[in-house]
Design a protein around this ligand. Structure first.
Ligand SMILES: Nc1nc2c(c(=O)[nH]1)N(C=O)[C@@H](CNc1ccc(C(=O)N[C@@H](CCC(=O)O)C(=O)O)cc1)CN2
Ligand SMILES: Nc1ncnc2c1ncn2[C@@H]1O[C@H](COP(=O)(O)OP(=O)(O)OP(=O)(O)O)[C@@H](O)[C@H]1O
Length: 201
C-alpha cells in the first residue's frame, strides 16, 4: 500500500502514482477485477425492483464496470451515466443509459449519453451513485481525476445531508492509500467496493 503519511505526497503526486498503478494492470487482471466486482456488489447489496443507479463507463485503468452494468440491466434496474453539464461545464448530470442509447465522446474522450433532457434523473432521485476514483483511504475519503466534477455535483447533497443517493466508490485494491490529504469540499464515501473487499463507514 502507498504510504501517504511517511512521504506526505501531495494530491497531485498521489494522483499520478495511483493512475500509473491502475494503468499497469493487465487486460486479464482488469477482466478478473470486473467479474469480481460484479459478484461482490450483489453479495453486499440487495436491490429492490427498479433501483436507479448512477454509474460510469471506465477510462484510464479504472475498474471496468461493463459486467456490472450488464447484470444490472438484465435485472431490470435503471442505469444512469454522468454527462458533463453543457452550460456550466463543471457539474455532472445523470442520464438514463440503455442498450441502444446514442453516445458521444466528452472533452476527455470518455463516452457519455448524447444529451436528452427528458432522460435526466435529478441526483436526489438516484438510489445509489457508484463513483470512479483515483485513490481512497481508510476513512472513506476519495481523490478523483482532479476536475472536481463529483465534488461540485455533490456539494448541496453533502451540505443538506440528503438521504439519497447512497455513495459507493468502486476501485482496484491497489488504489488504497493510508491517508489522503483532504480538502474542505471533499465528499466522503459511505462504502467502497474493491474486487476483494467491502468497506463501510
Ligand atoms: N469514467 C469516468 N467518467 C467520468 C469521470 C471519471 O473520473 N471517470 N469524471 C470524474 O470527475 C468526469 C470527468 N472527469 C475527468 C477529469 C479529468 C480527466 C483527465 O483525463 N484529465 C487529463 C487532462 C485532460 C485535459 O485537460 O485535456 C489528465 O489529468 O491527464 C478525465 C476525466 C465525468 N466522467
Ligand atoms: N464544492 C465545490 N465548490 C467549488 N469548487 C470546488 C468544489 N469541489 C471542488 N472544487 C474545485 O475543483 C477542483 C478539483 O477538486 P478535486 O481535486 O477535489 O477534484 P477530484 O475530487 O480529484 O475530482 P472529481 O470529483 O472530478 O473526480 C479544486 O481545485 C476545487 O477548487
Amino acid at each position: 500500500m502507498f504510504n501517504a503519511q511517511q512521504h506526505s505526497p501531495s494530491r497531485s503526486q498521489i494522483r499520478k502514482s495511483i493512475r500509473n498503478a491502475r494503468k499497469s494492470l493487465t487486460n486479464l487482471e482488469q477482466e478478473q477485477a470486473a467479474k469480481k466486482i460484479n459478484i461482490n456488489f450483489f453479495q453486499h447489496k440487495k436491490l429492490p425492483k427498479n433501483t436507479r443507479i448512477g454509474l460510469y463507463l471506465s477510462n484510464d485503468g479504472e475498474l471496468d464496470t461493463s459486467y456490472l452494468i450488464q447484470s444490472l440491466i438484465n435485472k431490470n434496474h435503471q442505469i444512469y451515466l454522468p454527462v458533463i453539464h453543457p452550460f456550466n461545464g463543471a457539474t455532472l448530470l445523470f442520464q438514463r443509459y440503455e442498450k441502444n442509447s446514442p453516445m458521444t465522446r466528452n472533452r476527455y474522450d470518455i463516452l457519455e449519453p448524447q444529451l436528452n433532457c427528458s432522460h435526466i434523473c435529478p441526483l436526489y432521485e438516484l438510489d445509489y451513485l457508484l463513483m470512479p476514483l483515483v485513490a481512497f483511504d481508510q476513512d472513506g475519503n476519495r481523490l478523483g481525476m482532479g476536475g472536481g466534477y463529483y465534488d461540485k455535483t455533490l456539494a448541496r447533497y453533502y451540505r443538506e445531508q440528503m438521504q439519497k443517493p447512497e455513495l459507493i466508490g468502486l476501485a482496484h485494491d491497489c488504489q488504497q492509500v493510508e491517508k489522503l490529504p483532504i480538502q474542505a469540499w471533499d465528499v466522503p464515501l459511505q462504502q467502497i467496493i474493491t474486487p476483494s473487499k467491502f468497506y463501510q463507514w
